[in-house]
Design a protein around this ligand. Structure first.
Ligand SMILES: Cc1ncc(COP(=O)(O)O)c(C=O)c1O
Length: 443
């Protein structure tokens, strides 16, 4: 196959879709140009599109599928639940079971509350921090993606030059964002300790929380340094600011999430993706006293009322419980080992071919970059326009050769990824680097 192919069924479906859906879809993050690829079916690590093209999936619905597609135990569990009802204005024992499973795995999770997406989880985490502390502002890292709550979107599209001196500017992501939102969000520079310390101290009186992601995709899967994280831990304790981890993606790093891997216990965490076993999900988890904002007090409503027609719905709960139950400590270890072997082989390909390139990421997450800059601060990590253009072009080559990755060359493995899938990935990557050797940036 060759992508793009304007005679394909996908191309035709896109033209049809555009009549009734803006840009033909409901999800900015999958809208590739010149047209998105339409799925026919998926199983394990493999996907087939409506034109019968086959792909090995290294995206796993943006990291949300730990076991790949159509994982049999989840299918059976969901089928059994379908007969019993899919949504009702009652709660179910399944919700308790998934909550117990997660709280038993992670020290900082004393209580948990479910919702339907990572964006909702982040929104409610930030609202919970405000409700708990009585303070209005949040601090987040410039350039980091946290879903579509407008406060969480502030400074997302910043470029390294969007600074006042060393201070990142709070910018809006979508048109129409009120200026008042920008005033309530302090953008911190990733891994830049001195400025971060100054900003947190300056706004401490009005800061409800400082939010960070331990494996940010928009930072090329480069983690904050331990020293940086320890600074956030220390300052948040000192100034009564909640430490908020967005683990919507990084929870897949290990049995106790990214926080288990880094050995840090935040006050509150947002979750999504893997804990729904392939169904829409989000959750807010944390210390009991913080989580008590969701609990009505004697004769009064909760400090943070939180409705949601499909919160804790039994289909998501049973799917999440089944997928997470199957993901034992051993399975996490095997998955992470398989990912390490892919990364080692990719590094060897770059070295053997004498090409400026590197593979980043930890656990089952990885990203490819066509340069050898040390990546620590935003200015080193941010891809240049030339690099972005090349990566878009290279992604089309990967698609044409049956490898499916996310935008910005980010990928992940699932338990369904076999050594043969990794072989195919390395073969296609190597052939591509040879084919595009003259177009590679930074050589
Ligand atoms: C770190 C992070 N937070 C929040 C979200 C939003 O999650 P959702 O797409 O489920 O709303 C995402 C989505 O990719 C994410 O990567």
């Amino acid at each position: 196959m060759v992508y793009p192919d304007f005679d394909s069924k996908s191309a035709a479906l896109y033209q049809r879709a555009r009549k009734v859906l803006p840009d033909g879809n409901s999800r900015t993050t999958i809208a590739i140009k010149p047209y998105p690829i339409y799925l026919a079916k998926a199983s394990g690590a493999e996907v087939i599109d409506v034109d019968s093209n086959h792909y090995i999936d290294f995206n796993n619905n943006y990291t949300s599928l730990l076991h790949g597609h159509a994982f049999e135990p989840v299918q059976s569990a969901v089928k059994s639940q379908l007969k019993k009802g899919t949504a009702c204005s009652f709660t179910t024992e399944l919700e308790i079971e998934l909550a117990e499973l997660l709280c038993n795995r992670v020290n900082s999770f004393q209580q948990i509350r479910f919702c339907n997406s990572g964006s909702e989880a982040v929104m409610n985490m930030l609202k919970a921090a405000r409700a708990f502390t009585g303070k209005p502002k949040i601090a987040k890292i410039e350039g980091l993606y946290h879903g579509s709550y407008d406060f969480a979107e502030v400074s997302l599209k910043n470029r390294p030059q969007d600074r006042n001196g060393s201070t990142p500017i709070s910018t809006a992501y979508s048109f129409g964002t009120p200026d008042s939102v920008l005033h309530e969000v302090i953008a911190l520079p990733f891994n830049e300790i001195e400025t971060t310390e100054t900003l947190i101290k300056k706004h401490a009186e009005s800061l409800a929380c400082v939010m960070i992601d331990l494996m940010p995709q928009t930072m090329s899967m480069v983690s904050p340094s331990n020293e940086y994280l320890q600074t956030l831990v220390k300052l948040s304790k000192e100034y009564g600011i909640l430490l908020a981890f967005d683990e919507v993606i990084s929870f897949r790093l290990g049995y106790s999430g990214g926080q288990g891997m880094f050995g840090i216990e935040p006050d509150i965490t947002s979750l999504g993706k893997i804990i729904g076993g392939g169904f829409p999900v989000g959750a807010i988890a944390g210390r009991r006293d913080v989580m008590s904002v969701f609990e009505p007090e004697e004769g009064q409503s909760a400090r943070l009322p939180h409705g949601g027609t499909f919160n804790g719905n039994p289909v998501t709960m049973i799917a999440g419980k089944t997928a997470m139950h199957a993901m034992t400590e051993d399975k996490f270890e095997q998955l992470n080992d398989a990912s390490q072997s892919l990364k080692d082989r990719v590094s060897k390909i770059f070295n053997d071919l004498g090409v400026q390139g590197q593979v980043t990421g930890t656990g089952s997450l990885f990203a490819l970059r066509f340069h050898k800059r040390p990546m620590h601060k935003f200015a080193d990590i941010a891809s240049t326009d030339v690099e972005i253009k090349f990566m878009d072009h290279f992604r089309q080559y990967l698609i044409s050769n049956g490898i499916w990755m996310g935008t910005a060359m980010a990928g992940c493995l699932s338990t369904a990824t076999s050594p043969a899938h990794i072989d195919a990935f390395c073969r296609v990557l190597k052939d591509g680097i040879i084919e595009f050797k003259n177009d590679l940036p930074n050589q």
